[in-house]
Ligand binder design. Sequence first.
Ligand SMILES: [Zn+2]
Length: 213
Amino acid sequence: MNYSLRKKNKIVKYIVIHYTGMKNLKLAYKKLSDKNSNVSAHYLISRDGIIYNLLCPKFKAWHAGKSKWRNNTNINEYSIGIELENKGHDFGYSNFSKKQYKLLKKLIIFLKSNFNILDKDIIFHSDIAPNRKSDPGEKFYIDKIGIQRFKIKRIKNNYSIDEMLFLYGFHISYIRKYKIFCIEAVKRSLNYEKINSSQSKKFSKDFSNLLFY
Ligand SMILES: [Zn+2]
């Protein structure tokens, strides 16, 4: 099996964006549609502009793995998984193609209207499993699909990094255990070229601009 039924009391509220991280499209397609692979996703978008609908969103795909976001655990229960063809950090990470952005934008508009998903609930695999995953990564630009960044009202002058990570959506247990990885995930969202660089004043400023209006 590589998918299952959603639990009755769980509603779809997130879209999780991934990259395939495999050498080519054929391998990715094969893996995601192989009943014995233990992984699946609802959609796969190729670099040359084809959307493969691999699984009906009413079923639960197995794309997120062990994951947490806000106060939710096991994000597969609540989400639709979209894979973008890209070799990823291990095999030659490249820019996503214009066609991929165009199709992803269309697909997200369709899914948002069908499932009542909000812009703030379109999230990355690296957000919900920061200790294990780095996709779709720093070359993915969410503004290219017309998504409004999630911003909240500032109610005091200074926030600590931990507070900002929590407000951003990281699960409290991940902030405690994997703070460095959470920071790396934010750097990817900020499209930083260098992810492993130490935490700087610039980062705090950029993060605060990303988070607050
Ligand atoms: Zn992923």
